[in-house]
Design a protein around this ligand. Structure first.
Ligand code: KG4
Ligand code: ZN
Length: 352
């Protein structure tokens, strides 16, 4: 009997501030996954500066790819295809990955596969052995997206809800800034929340009509006013009665915990709404905010509430990585999909 030959793909990811490369076999077996974070470069600005991000990608992309190849013990000639996240994201950042992938595909004479970054987040649970059945409800919660998607298969996707203002990860980052906890804020709010109690009431935006869209700006403002008091205009300037520095660390922990409960409830309201009005065989989630302990717990509870399995990525595949790009790229590759070398990057994706 002939042996099944498994395809091996190199994945490249550069949509925001992580430069990543990964070699994945059969779309599920991660041979290497290298992620170079730029957190240190953007720290002093309290957010990602697009020009700094794209310049750093240019410096890091080749060493990151070389390291991914070395760790995977694979030669470039042995790859079956090159997959790259080409949308959505920061255009200057995306172009670095896309140009590198095109140059590699052309010079090695290998197929190029372009992949939607947000949809790739929902491939991530497969990297840890999940078996996703379709149709599925997809939940993407990251620094750039808060979307509910209906998936007929891994790449046939309809967006049924998205944020009308900030993404959830952005709201966590802003909440951490309000509390003076530093950047990036998600993990810092999570840690502070684990020591605190949800003693303050903060608004949970209600879903209106048929679409369970999200909104986080009201919650962020409520936290700001709760922590610093209601501002007044004095000589054209907004002046707050208090500063976050006046809070004790116990008080900060309680605000972080109250914020985390409100943000997670807002996400879960949308998820419950989507599950009540759509028939799906499982729930699959992805994105940096999936690292949040309370959100993971609440999503796991869905299994007993709605009797559908829930697939969450392991923590290293929640944040941006290239293994999810190579994995979804492999699905497209084995189904005969090829992208032309004229492919380019786009700030908008399938679900945005
Ligand atoms: O998916 P990701 O790496 O980047 C985008 O594609 O946007 O997500 C990054 C976001 C950041 O906003 C970060 O604060 C948030 O994920 N994050 C968290 C946690 N860890 C990371 N948010 C809440 N709780 C966490 N534990
Ligand atoms: Zn992402």
């Amino acid at each position: 009997m002939g042996k099944t030959v498994m395809s091996v793909l190199l994945g490249i990811e550069s949509s925001c501030d992580e430069t990543a490369a990964s070699v994945v076999k059969d779309g599920r077996i991660v041979l290497s996954s290298i992620v170079a974070s730029q957190d240190d470069l953007h720290l002093e600005f309290g957010g990602v500066v697009p020009e700094i991000a794209s310049r750093a990608h240019i410096e890091r992309i080749l060493p990151v790819i070389q390291e991914a190849m070395r760790k995977s013990k694979t030669k470039l000639e042995d790859l079956d295809a090159i997959a790259v996240g080409n949308r959505p994201g920061l255009i200057g950042s995306l172009l670095v990955g896309v140009t590198t992938a095109k140059a590699l595909a052309w010079s090695l004479n290998k197929p190029l596969i372009t992949v939607d970054h947000v949809v790739a987040h929902l491939w991530a649970p497969n990297l840890s052995g999940a078996s996703i059945e379709y149709p599925a409800l997809g939940i993407v919660v990251s620094g750039g997206h808060t979307s509910l998607l209906l998936l007929e298969d891994p790449t046939t996707v309809t967006c049924i809800a998205k944020t009308t203002d900030d993404a959830a990860g952005e709201a966590f980052d802003k909440a951490a800034a309000i509390l003076g906890l530093g950047w990036p804020g998600g993990q810092r709010i999570d840690t502070a929340a684990s020591r605190g109690k949800p003693v303050h009431w903060l608004p949970r935006p209600k879903t209106k009509g048929d679409r369970p869209d999200f909104s986080f700006s009201g919650l962020k403002t409520a936290l700001l006013y709760g922590v610093r008091g209601t501002p007044r205009k004095i000589e054209g300037k907004t002046v707050f009665p208090r500063s976050a520095d006046e809070l004790s660390s116990d008080q900060k922990d309680d605000w972080a915990c109250s914020f985390q409960h409100a943000a997670v409830d807002a996400i879960m309201n949308g998820v419950h709404h989507a599950l009540s009005s759509n028939s799906v065989r499982c729930v699959v989630a992805g994105g940096g905010v999936l690292a949040n302990s309370l959100l993971r717990t609440k999503l796991e509870e869905i299994t007993t509430q709605f009797l559908v399995p829930v697939h969450l990525p392991e923590s290293s595949y929640c944040v941006d990585n290239a293994a999810m790009i190579a994995g979804l790229g492999n699905y497209l590759y084995v189904n005969g999909h090829r992208s032309p070398l004229s492919s380019t990057a786009s700030p908008r994706g399938i679900a945005s």
